[in-house]
Ligand binder design. Sequence first.
Ligand code: ATP
Ligand code: MG
Length: 404
Amino acid sequence: MSITRWGQCQDVLPLGAMTQVTTEDVYKVLERVTDPELGGNIVELGMVTDVVVDRDGRVEVGIALTIAECPMRGTIEGDTERRVRSLPGVTDVAVVTTAMTKKQRSHVMETARKRARDGAEPTQVAPTTRVIAVSSGKGGVGKSSVSTNLALALDDLGFSVGLLDADIWGFSIPRMLGATEKLVADDDTKLIQPAVVQGVKMVSTGLIIESEETALMWRGLMLSKALEQFLGQVEWGDLDYLIIDMPPGTGDIQMALGRLLPQAEMVVVTTPQKAAQKVAVRVADMARRSYMPIVGVIENMAGFQCDHGKTYDLFGSGGGRILANEISVPLLGSIPLDASVVSGGDEGAPVVRSETETPAAAAFRSLAHALIDVVPPAEDESCTGRIAKLVAQLEDGLESAASG
Ligand SMILES: Nc1ncnc2c1ncn2[C@@H]1O[C@H](COP(=O)(O)OP(=O)(O)OP(=O)(O)O)[C@@H](O)[C@H]1O
Ligand SMILES: [Mg+2]
């Protein structure tokens, strides 16, 4: 039973009432919001001061920031809002930020220092890395093509980008990027070095196995552990974005990703067909079970433009917009059906890098811009550097800047 500030008792809601969100639900998703500069989640760091849920599903979250001018303020507010909004039953979210008191600040710094001391980093992915899982409600809609072209378009914009092929046995990224080299581990660190292909750091089962026979041997052994290894034993370094090409379906890999990488968020690829309702239910369920919020929808295989400029909606139209509205997230882009996506993917020369400009290439580029708007990169200073700076600020007595 959960009691809100207004003393409403949720157990007495009539049976069959719309999903009622509880403060516990909210705290659970807030554990997925990390303070990139302190490297911990805002709940364990003691930054969440208050959570209030009213019976109409409106949620108010109080967050105390280390300093009023915290450079991470926008990121933390935005992440909090998206995470809470992803809960079924939430109708509105308000995030109220305040500056910590001196006592709160020394407590939070102590927790952050303890975390850093314990070195409890479960993965090699930096907390400042924005992790985007490219998912879908059904197979074959273009997740791998989108992941590859999006990663390259982000790299073209000057970001440091990783691309993880999480489709462990249905891998297609090596072919799409034209990568053939095998992955090796560093002698000293024993960490797997990602292949650097066309400017992007990439890891795929396709770069490990020797042949179909070895694949069969590895299959049983590795499936459950593969993602964990790709996140925990690959030297990813300081990435701005890690794009993850998810396997079709809504299974274990999604749940494992949500568990291993709390900062992971999801984009959903869909076709222009109007069967959005079914897909919406499936992806919303996937997001809920993996605790990954959906940041936007990408429509793929939209209107085909012939050489005379006429557009043919071979797979219908409007499905992306309908799905986006249905799950209340932005439509980040619409990629047209374009033969160059197929040939580019087959030849290891993705359209965004092809010499001739195509409608699909242009659409992938504007998709990258739309994603950056919604999920901006965290500042690229290292976490440890930021902690050191904050500690120094505190210890040097620069308290006036902090009191806000
Ligand atoms: N915009 C597009 N225009 C034309 N063909 C496309 C487009 N996007 C993807 N394709 C083609 O559709 C097929 C499926 O794409 P892709 O492999 O990227 O889908 P997927 O969702 O990753 O599939 P799976 O669920 O099997 O992993 C590929 O042959 C690809 O080249
Ligand atoms: Mg795929």
